[in-house]
Design a protein. Structure first.
Lengths: 404, 295
């Protein structure tokens, strides 16, 4: 008896809830009249703000451009901007708010892997769609995330191919002590073993570390062919300053970095890093018509002294990819948009890119760049063709034993 | 043994950075007992002073760093003086409130820097004569580190002279030993407090200028050094210049030698363990002020 009464009560409450929602005017798909709500979730404060604010700027630029051009399916995009505050728990909580209270049809956000991993269950639980713009360590694929940055086989492996082509067979690994460098170095070790390369050292330092004399002196003494650098953030400034005063030049020992883009070069000082290498999929100097337009629009909006970088470009692409998928699906519903993802192609600043529906990653070209005296990066090598994303490295025999 | 010799200059270099960051705290925290969480931001402001001189005013980078030292001392010293005059003075004897107050001020200064100079790090070019180094046998000496070491030791000598020989310095020591007795003998303790804060904050500015040589210059620069600086002052013994110097170099050497055997993450961990053990055995730090005051 008691149980049936409670059951009836639940049913009544549910019915009431449904009724109130229906009467609320706004529909549940986040569109309201002629606007559509999307979320923007980046760290606008805390240690990561330095990087994530630039990504926020380029997402905003894309939204403004699309709105000026008539919006998406006749709806103007209305972004709700939230601050992840460089804190994983805040990212999860803000994501929940965007999906539940703001009815955002999709969210552009995240930078660190920690923030992405924190948001993932929230997006899966609410069946939301997150567009994540940064290269990352792979070994992940969620139906509720679209990865517009590179996975490992689009950045790290091409970088290793390049170093090997150049005859660099001994590598010195230096990285910050967290998930991305550790995973990247696992892959590098496996690659080295399979290709007869030698890893002379594998050094980790805490995030924010500023004392690199021990490591730079060690590099000067052991003279490896090249250094593979997965340091993150501020530490790079100290590392390159101290590498220079240790007497290591890019001619003797080039350092290939995977987390240094145009934005970071400014703070490191072009003098300290000129001649060293980077691995990305886009540079400000990349020669495409779309890039000329992107750089021009960006500097017009935010100032001539601003630079554009790979993560910024990937975030910018995300908005256009989402627009194309929505138009293909003719719907803002997450399930419809997801079904339309496969094969969506746009002319991005990095060239023509295509979404791969299986992995929800982007098929893109890998590029090695060399930092020049002006602080920009010159492209010196390009992968022969766009690389299909393979986040679990299933297509590489030597990677079979890698633990996730 | 080899590792010890090659790591000697590295340890001295790390120690010199710690010492510079901690010297100012030795005054405000060590001598006056004020927990100034904004000290790190004063270091940051010192670094930006060097940037402004070079990038906005256009001082030649060959000597802009040298010019920046006294300018940064004056700028952050004045800021510290104003802070003491306007706020901290009203919170004496309430350490917890002071901590929260200065923490808040630190956040305000960080955000102000972010709004003024932008979130990304800025480039403060080192003078060309400081970017290289010299190799002697197994030892690599970085000129920038040599400069920081010289600067830190010069600062220590100047402070020692000031505290022991000058009238003001001796008054300062009298106030630390026994504030009431000092006041009775006619020392204007208010003015001494203000001077102490001025010098302590000014030293943070000098540290900031020097740190542009080895690390990033950004709004959060201060947070990289503030914890270590407090540690050095606590280990050395509050207000003990000798203790601060020894603690800074001991910590630097410990970090450098352990890192040579293991790695940087583990070195940090072992250093912290050693500090915890030391503070268990000697909670008052290496040195203490001998005083008969009832505190």
């Amino acid at each position: 008896m008691a149980r049936t009464r409670r059951g009836a009560l639940t049913a009544a409450t549910t019915a009431l809830l449904l009724l109130t929602t229906a009467c609320g005017g706004a529909t549940t798909d986040g569109t309201d009249g002629d606007t559509v709500t999307v979320g923007m979730l980046h760290s606008l404060s805390g240690t990561m703000a330095i990087s994530e604010v630039t990504v926020r700027d380029s997402v905003q630029l894309a939204i403004d451009e699309i709105n000026a051009d008539g919006g998406v399916l006749g709806h103007q995009i209305e972004p709700v901007i939230e601050d992840g505050a460089s804190d994983e728990a805040t990212f999860a909580e803000r994501a929940e708010k965007l999906l539940q209270s703001d009815d955002a049809v999709t969210v552009f956000g995240g930078w660190t892997s920690a923030s992405r991993k924190a948001m993932l269950p929230v997006f899966e639980r609410n069946n939301g769609l997150l567009w994540y713009p940064v290269q990352y360590e792979g070994l992940e694929a969620s139906d509720n995330i679209v990865y517009t940055g590179a996975t490992t086989n689009q950045q790290i492996i091409p970088a290793l191919d390049y170093l090997r082509e150049q005859g660099h067979t001994s590598l010195y690994l230096v990285g910050s002590d967290y998930v991305f460098p550790r995973t990247a170095n696992q892959i590098i070790n496996a690659y080295a073993q399979a290709h007869d390369m030698e890893i002379t050292a594998e050094e980790y330092t805490p995030l924010g570390h500023t004392e690199y004399s021990t490591i730079t002196n060690d590099i000067a003494r052991t003279e490896p062919d090249a250094v593979f650098n997965t340091l993150n953030g501020d530490s790079n400034v100290s590392f390159f300053q101290q590498l220079r005063s240790a007497g290591v030049t890019p001619d003797d020992t080039p350092v290939l970095s995977v987390s240094i883009a145009e934005e970071e070069v400014e703070g490191i000082g072009a003098d300290n890093i000129a001649g060293h290498l980077t691995a990305w999929n886009y540079y400000q100097s990349t020669q495409t018509d779309a890039n000329t337009g992107f750089v021009e629009a960006f500097t017009d909006t935010y100032g001539a002294d601003r630079v554009t970088s790979d993560p910024m470009q990937s975030a910018y692409n995300a908005v256009y990819l989402w627009k194309a998928a929505v138009e293909e699906a003719d719907s803002f519903e997450v399930d419809d948009v997801r079904a339309a993802l496969d094969g969506i192609t746009i002319d991005a600043p990095e060239g023509t890119i295509t979404l791969d529906g299986d992995t929800q990653h982007v098929i893109k070209t890998a590029r090695i760049g060399q930092i020049n005296d002006d602080g920009l990066i010159d492209e010196i090598w390009t992968s022969p063709e766009p690389i299909t994303p393979d986040p679990y490295l299933t297509g590489y025999d030597w990677a079979a034993d890698l633990t996730g | 043994m080899d590792a010890l010799i090659t790591q000697l200059p590295v340890g001295l270099a790390i120690g010199a950075v710690l010492l510079l960051a901690a010297l100012g705290l030795n005054f405000t925290f060590g001598q006056m007992g004020v927990i100034n969480m904004a000290h790190g931001e004063f270091i940051m402001i010192g670094a930006y002073t060097a940037y402004v001189l070079h990038a906005w005013i256009g001082v030649n980078p060959a000597y802009s760093l040298i010019v920046a030292l006294p300018v940064a001392f004056a700028v952050t010293g004045t800021l510290g003086w104003l802070l003491e005059l306007g706020l901290i003075r009203h919170f004496y004897g309430r350490p917890l409130d002071t901590l929260l107050l200065t923490f808040g001020i630190g956040m305000i200064l960080q955000q102000a820097a972010r709004d003024t100079f932008g979130a990304p790090n800025v480039d403060v070019p080192a003078p060309p004569w400081l970017t290289e180094g010299i190799t002697l046998g197994d030892i690599r000496i970085h000129y920038a580190r040599l400069f920081i070491l010289t600067l830190a030791l010069t600062a220590v000598a100047a402070i020692a002279y000031y505290l022991n020989r000058s009238r003001q310095g001796r008054q300062m020591r009298a106030v630390i030993h026994n504030r009431d007795l000092a006041a009775v003998t006619g020392i204007n303790t208010r003015r001494v407090d203000a001077t102490t804060f001025f010098i302590g904050s000014g030293l943070a500015g000098i540290a900031g200028v020097a740190l542009t040589l080895t690390g990033p210059t950004g709004p959060t620069l201060g947070t990289n050094y503030i914890v270590d600086a407090f540690l050095v002052v606590v280990i050395g013994g509050l207000g003990q210049l000798r203790g601060t110097v020894i603690a800074a170099f001991a910590l630097g050497m410990l970090n450098a030698t352990v890192e040579a055997w293991t790695d940087a993450s583990l070195a940090k961990l072992i250093a912290f363990t050693a500090i915890v053990a030391l503070l268990q055995a000697r909670p008052q730090g290496l040195f203490t002020v001998k005083t008969r005051a009832l505190t």
